[in-house]
Design a protein. Sequence first.
Length: 342
Amino acid sequence: MKLRWRELLIAFLLAVGIWYVVTGSEKVESQIEVRTDYRGLPQGLIIRSGTVSKVSVRVRASVGMLHSVSGRDFACFVDLSAVKKGDNILPISNNQIMLPGGMEVIDVTPSRIYLDVDILESKTVPLLASIQGDPPGDYTLEARVEPAEAKISGASSQVAGISQLVIPVKVDEPLVPGATESSRLIPLPDGVDATPHEAKVTLHVGIRRKLVQVTRPVNVYVPEQFGAAVRPNRATLSLTVPESLVGKTSANDGIKAYVQLERHDPGSYSLPVQVALPEGIELMKVEPVNVSVTVEQKSSARPRAQPDPAKPRPPKAQPAKAQPSKAKPAKAQPSRAKPAKK
């Protein structure tokens, strides 16, 4: 008798179903990791050490059930309501393990936990900044922290030994004078918390300077055909100079005072004194602030006056001719003198 293909398919599916039911209902043992959940810690206490995040549980269940559950379906509840300051031993029993129905707890590892419990203490301490390393050259560094205080809390044995919290500040080169701000985490010992967790650190970069006074002639630049007089002709400059540049010839020669003429017409002008400085030197004050500049045109450079074509020109003067003299020559007169008597 020839069997139909449909009957063969039904027989195959029934065989697979029976095999799955038999094998899926078979009990097996397995080791699983179960998270711990601590509850009921009395107010005013804190656990310093000894807590474990997971326990290892050996369970018995069907293969199908083990394949259908995940770690989120398990938990180990630890009751802390009876703990006191000091060392505490808490056993972990099978009935503290939360499992889905159909599973059986065989063993828990560890079977007990050892907790170090202390009194919870809080206090306010100052926040400080510590600059790492020495600044190069003439640079100065200063760090400020905001807020200036933080509230810390933790085990009394730890909090009692904390008088301040220090935030390390590492300086990156090259340094640029000015202020920079950054948010930094407050470093804390393990088991100690702080409010706030971050602080704003402002790093001020400056340069060590000296106040120096120098006197310079006030220069003015005019075209060659003009002359200029400056009154007063010298200015006193108050400067801040980096310590490394004080007394250096190169820096001293680069300090100049001058006035800038926008026009060169003859006349008198009141102009501000301007200062040219080498890099790194800063001007604090200049006296006088203004000077009087008189501009004149040089005489050798004055152009000749051109005749006005509208005016008649005067006749040219003719040179006088010499006239012949009409005077008669004088005649010699006979002498009338008498001869002397003998």
